[in-house]
Design a protein around this ligand. Structure first.
Ligand code: NCD
Length: 334
């Protein structure tokens, strides 16, 4: 197994934060971030991995700050880890889901944003089923907005936690070959990972049935395969994606059985990768659909649980960097 690259040791303590290293008010996507900014976020996250393994996990970095988790879509991992991350940094964290909000009574996204904005939050973490909704919201509020996923557009913190997981296992991302397999069409995880991996010098392959590959995606600098054996050949990482049925209109494949036969990750298909290739999945997993249960639980190669652990550290780094930046000026004219 390769060794990980040395990091900037100064960044790996949780004590010194220089927000000039990440000169952005919001984190809405990975597209457009520079490699040094991504590295900065990952280095900051690294410090929190160690802290999260201690008995005392709490810091007071964001004491007095308010974080609102505003989720218009279901979530287990992302919402819980943002909540934990905020609490471990000493912030007050409020969770709002659509089921409990006035959205159900017909309030628009902008009206909801305006209402929350009036309560002076410092960070809004937003997940929304429409691509671009987080950007729209960020233009209407005074606080920092972090995307927890917008439609099939981007899911920046997922790509960051994936990168942290890979980096801790294999070192530098540059030069690695990563295969992203499955429902690329509807996946914000795939899009954010494509941007991040390309920025960091990794090679990205997409493997899926033709119906689940968006036309023109090659322009993002990826290689497209329609056959698992071919696409997985000599890969360092295999990233599996869930079939996002909730975003599908119509039939994209004949049956689950056939899908698993051709595109489900099992040991036979995995035999095409490098011998120590890592298996990843953002969750939630559908065992027996995109991934065989034994492969998912393969102790030596599956890093799926590690991804969840890294999620808390990455979200702490993002909240800390953006949460410290906010100064509450005049409220915008909404
Ligand atoms: C992903 C998402 O919501 O985009 N899940 C996650 O955040 N871990 C992937 C998915 O829902 O399949």
């Amino acid at each position: 197994m390769r060794r990980r690259a040395p990091y900037d040791a100064a960044l790996m303590t949780t004590d010194h934060i220089d927000t000039a290293d990440f000169p952005h008010r919001h984190l809405l996507g990975i597209e457009g971030l520079f490699p040094n900014e991504i590295t900065y976020l990952l280095d900051r996250s690294e410090a929190y991995v160690e802290q999260n393994r201690q008995a005392d996990k709490k810091k007071s970095t964001l004491r007095g700050r308010t974080i609102i988790n505003l989720f218009f879509e279901n979530s287990t991992r992302t919402r819980t880890s943002f909540e934990l991350a905020g609490k471990r940094l000493g912030a007050d964290v409020i969770n709002m889901s659509v089921a409990d909000s006035a959205i159900k009574k017909g309030e628009t996204l902008i009206d909801t944003a305006m209402t929350l904005n009036a309560m002076h939050p410092d960070v809004l973490v937003v997940r929304h089923p429409d691509s671009g909704a987080t950007k729209l919201l960020s233009e209407k509020v005074n606080c920092a907005v972090i995307s927890g996923g917008d439609g099939s557009h981007e899911h920046p913190t997922q790509a960051l936690l994936d990168a942290l997981t890979i980096r801790r296992r294999l070192g530098d991302l540059a030069g690695l070959t990563v295969a992203i397999c499955g429902d690329v069409m509807h996946s914000r995880v795939a899009r954010s990972n494509i941007h991040l991996l390309n920025a960091m010098g990794a090679r990205v392959r997409l493997i899926a049935p033709r119906t689940l590959i968006p036309t023109g995606i090659e322009h993002l600098g990826v290689e497209v395969f329609y056959d698992m054996a071919e696409g997985l050949k000599d890969c360092d990482i295999v990233m599996m994606l869930r079939l996002q049925k909730e975003r599908m209109q119509g039939n994209f494949f004949p049956s689950i059985r056939e899908y698993f036969h051709f595109f489900g990750l099992d040991y036979e298909k995995l035999a095409n990768t490098k011998p120590d290739a890592l298996i990843m999945h953002p969750g939630p997993m559908n065992r027996g659909v995109e991934i065989d249960s034994e492969v998912a639980d393969d102790f030596g190669r599956s890093v799926i649980r590690e991804q969840v652990e890294m999620g808390v550290a990455v979200r702490m780094a993002c909240l800390e960097i953006l949460g410290l930046e906010t100064g509450d000026g005049d409220m915008r004219n909404l």
